[in-house]
Design a protein around this ligand. Sequence first.
Ligand code: ASP
Length: 424
Amino acid sequence: MQVFKFGGASVKDANGVKNVAEVLKQFPDKKISVVISAMGKTTNALERLAKAYFYKTENAEAILEEIKSYHFDICQKLFPASSHSIYTELENTFVELYWAIEDEPTQGFDFEYDQIVSMGEIISTKIVSAYLNEIGLNNKWIDARGLIQTDNSYREGKVDFALTESLIKRDLEKVFTSTNIIVTQGFIGGTSENFTTTLGREGSDYTASILAYCLNAENVTIWKDVPGVLNADPKWFSHTKKIDQLSYHDAIELTYYGATVIHPKTIKPLQNKNIPLYVKSFLKPKEEGTVIKDGDKRLNIPSYIFKIDQVLISIQPKDFSFIAEDNLSDIFDLFSKHGVKINLMQLSAISFSVCCDHDIIKIKTLVNELQTQFKVLYNSGLELMTVRYYTQETIDTLTLNKVILLEQRSRYTVQMVMKNEIAE
Ligand code: ASP
């Protein structure tokens, strides 16, 4: 059994859906679990819808109308017969969404967000599954909410692996006796009370990895619009190189530092069962791509991870005392309470510096609360550059015309928080 994951970019239009079928046709007679994300930028649109509904910032119905017509347009290109059952099925799904936004919210934003935003994956998988059946790639649509079991941490559901594994084994192994292909949603799960959760943005890779773990899959392939894992994001760097092979260790380090090619949680379940992960181009499915697997082979080229819009917060005790374990634990509690993730931290005698993404609302409330106990200084508009397998030459080039505010080096990795030098 293999697991394939197709992200939003691969199913952003009717041709994308047709291409998924072309890729699957290259693997006749194989048992494949296909994990699909919401189409194109639907998750962003649904996020807007959830905010409009909850905070009444915009006209929620108009946003829903846009989302609906985007999906119906795709369907019209895939299913010319207007009597096709997909149309009734989608109408019913959208009616549920209209009803949901008519009622006043009953719970917190994160809960309502998950009930709404998860629908992107439900809709995309219904369309893809129906299209594959239509052209003879017989498959069964599976509701991931009944398999991937999480706690009720909405928007960041924590997977109960033992329960999920027993459900997946019980249900999917049976399904595979009568079909070769199953189509299911990435990113979403369910709680013991049957509410929907999501696993965090870009979480469909993680779903693919959970399924592979639970089914002892031969391998996982993430089909992308790039030829494989590159040593830098082409958005920021012009001379990128494809990496042919990557160890689990390097992959986890790179994703931890912010390489967006794979969701950071994807690697662990695969590493635990030694399941190789391929990253390949959905446009050139026959090409090699990248394989991530067990091994201690180190990369022989530097890899770059660049994050913009960073903030550097410097926290100092008000009375000039040392930063010690007790106030560090208070500080970490506050970061966790406000959901602020730390990208880099550094400790000196009387100051603790932390670099994080500049989420304006979260940072403001965090800083306000920190200020009740500490003196807090902060600097925004910064960049965080991480280079794995750096050389001095790469550092010199990257820091040209930059002011470095904080730097950390280990044997293989250097991280620098910097800003542009202002010309005198
Ligand atoms: N659709 C979700 C997102 O855009 C999950 C994913 O694509 O992995 O974040």
